[in-house]
Design a protein around this ligand. Structure first.
Ligand code: OGA
Ligand code: MN
Length: 273
């Protein structure tokens, strides 16, 4: 197995390895590279659905996504991304085409934080469709001391799609008004012990204890720091890539911009701690 780091702060890329037959040493290296790199790419895999699920379970328990209609019928813990980019009337279904667009972490609207999201690329368009990742360890570390002091001890409420309920139409009606989940704005990573900023601009509803406009202003201020951190990795997909990212300490964003007529299909799992 070969492991490369595109940047010392974020990203790890593994090649010359088959995740179906990992030695214990290679598994330990991969897991450590993921924790350190936040985003781990394993190139060139050929997996059945069962093999992808079995490999994913090595990271932790899998949880079916709240969006029910993109769950796989036989394996509800598996979401199929990118099917149905056109509606029956021929118009583009933006909720599918742009799913994951806008900086966010996954599942902050759940009371239990998910540790990772893992995607396996089945079909990749000829251009566009990259995914961006940003380190929230680095974003937190680089905050001015005054801002660090202001956010110390604050908690934020999150709902699916935030105040605008963006993408809410992917949810079944009975799942649209679930109560917010509350998480600290500065979180300590369960495995690395590092502090990171957790104020997801897509799904945040409000910071508790502040008025709506004060909360919006603070989220906007934090967002500038989160999305402008130079500690970023841009993944250009190839079919056969597996990418896992750590939702406890990173934001990510799908960039779109790929031809609508070309398939961009991934299998996706949510991995719990
Ligand atoms: C996700 C997501 C980004 C992408 O699956 O949670 O945000 O580029 N995906 O598909
Ligand atoms: Mn996402």
């Amino acid at each position: 197995m070969k492991l490369e780091k595109p940047d010392p702060r974020i990203g790890a890329i593994a090649t010359d390895v088959d995740v179906r037959s990992l030695s214990d040493a290679d598994w330990n290296h991969l897991y450590a590279a993921w924790l350190e790199g936040i985003v781990l790419v394993v190139r060139g895999q050929t997996l059945s659905m069962e093999e992808f699920l079995a490999y994913s379970r090595r990271f932790g328990r899998l949880k079916p996504h709240r969006v029910r209609r993109t769950r796989h019928a036989q394996h509800p813990e598996l979401t199929v991304m990118g099917v149905g980019t056109r509606k029956p009337d021929g118009s583009v279904d933006r909720a599918i085409y742009n799913r994951g667009g806008g900086w966010h972490t996954d599942s902050p609207w759940d009371t239990e934080i998910c540790k990772g999201t893992q995607l396996y690329a089945l079909a990749i368009p000829s251009y566009g469709g990259d995914t961006l990742f940003a380190s929230m360890y680095e974003a937190y570390d680089a905050l001015p001391d005054g801002l660090k002091a202001r956010i110390d001890g604050l908690n934020a409420e999150h709902v699916y799609g935030g105040r605008a309920r963006k993408g809410n139409d992917l949810l079944e009606p009975e799942d649209r008004d679930l109560p917010p989940a509350v998480h600290p704005v500065v979180r300590v990573h369960e495995e690395t012990g590092r502090k990171s900023l957790y104020a997801n601009p897509t799904h945040i509803l409000r910071i508790q204890g502040l008025g709506d406009s004060e909360s919006d202003r603070l989220v906007a201020e934090l967002t500038e720091h989160m999305v402008n951190t130079p500690a970023q990795y841009r993944h250009k997909w190839s079919a056969g890539d597996i990418v896992i990212w750590d939702n406890r300490c990173a934001l990510h964003a799908a960039t779109g911009g790929y031809p609508i007529e070309e398939p961009r299909i991934h299998w996706r799992v949510t991995i719990m701690q």
